[in-house]
Design a protein around this ligand. Sequence first.
Ligand SMILES: [Zn+2]
Length: 511
Amino acid sequence: MRDHFEIRDHDAAGRIGELTVPRAGVTVETPALLPVINPNIETIDPGRLRSEFGADMLITNSYIIRTTDDVREQALEEGLHELLGFDGAIMTDSGSFQLAEYGEIDTTTTEILEFQRDIGSDIGTPVDIPTPPDASRERAESDLEVTRRALADAEAVDAGDMLVNAPVQGSTYPDLRERAGREAAATDLDVFPVGAVVPMMNGYRYDAMVDAVAAAKRGLAEDCPVHLFGAGHPMMFALAVALGCDLFDSAAYALMARDGRYLTVSGTEQLDDLDYLPCSCPICHEHTPDELRDTEGDKQERLLAEHNLHVTFEELRRVKQAIRDGDLLELVEKRARGHPAMLDGYRALLAHADQLERIDSASKGTFFDVSHESADRPEVRRHHDRLARLSVPDSLLCSEYGEPSEHDYDAVWRVVPPFGPFPRALSETYPLTAEVPDRTDAAAERAAAEGIAALAAANPDAEITLAHRDWGAEALGVVPESVTLEDLHAGPDGEHAPASEGTAESRSESE
Ligand SMILES: [Zn+2]
């Protein structure tokens, strides 16, 4: 067990946790966002980050500090907390980014970790190799071997009570990511950044990001705190948290501000294009878009950076509340509507529903069926698995309408897309208390049909009848031939069949 990380609450694979950072004497609630501070360019004074924005931890680059003479001396003399004027926890990066960018750096894992320890970092990082997406398999494997040795070197460093990162690489090869996760979890290192996902996010490849993280998570243990390295745009927090990421870092708030860009939870806007500010943070409350546009360079950059950080922390709080309420996937679904690439990310997440299902808590708030993708949620899959274990009488009517006033069936179960059939006794249990739309879509019908198929497969001797509301051919194609179909959509007069009583009459006529 990693005793510095405790999980307090769960939803999908997302969690609220507590990361104890002993050297800082700080406990950080996760999911947490670490603003990136460039020691040479402070867009926002780090001293304000904790009191005004709620940042308990920030991240800065020890390689930049080490290679900037006056900053290095000051950091060694006063320590990092004094240097930056920040009393929360400080994570330091190692120069791996510079290595990836320029091909070489002038340090080793042992040297840079000792330096991080000496300047008072609370969480240090070895020199791993961030292999970009779509690298050749040969390169991804040889880079991974270098990273594996860096982790071994890191274990050998006397880090004192500084926690140490164990980065997980592997490019876009799920098996390599999984193996890297397993090897990292087997070290005695403490925090697990999933690396080299920035190029995927910059390219709007959220589905590739999801696959890489899901693979890394399969290798990592449940109690490993996971950092999605370089991810700081609020539009993807819900998705990444639902996958099981606990830490994020944002350089985006400052970099975007430098380019006059304004972050929102559904994307990035140009300040120049805004007639209104869709936000109530102190900056947006106190300024009009024109006032922001007329503000001089550095100050405009700072104001935009403050807004960007406010909106980022606000989204993180929203994500945490969603975990508490058990509706994180509904938040992911909403964010997925902001951009087609996010929708790809959400669909990729649902493709890992098995993996989510193992972790997802079995009981939470109310399941909202709000999209085509809701039919692929882990709760639907779990219900289908459960159907195979329910005992079924000899003759069973599964009906989307109420129970007929007269009938000869041994039992009548409800059918609710996307779940499918279930006994009335389960109506008040999660997720069958779901709010579902009256206008069912094809995906929900199909999922319900899969539920019927699961029930029929587990009970080959039962006589099962399905009374459905005009399901489409795709859904009906899934229902096994052994199941008797009743389409009660059109009554004897071509009228829509009533939703409760009276269905028995229609049925007896068609029988
Ligand atoms: Zn704002």
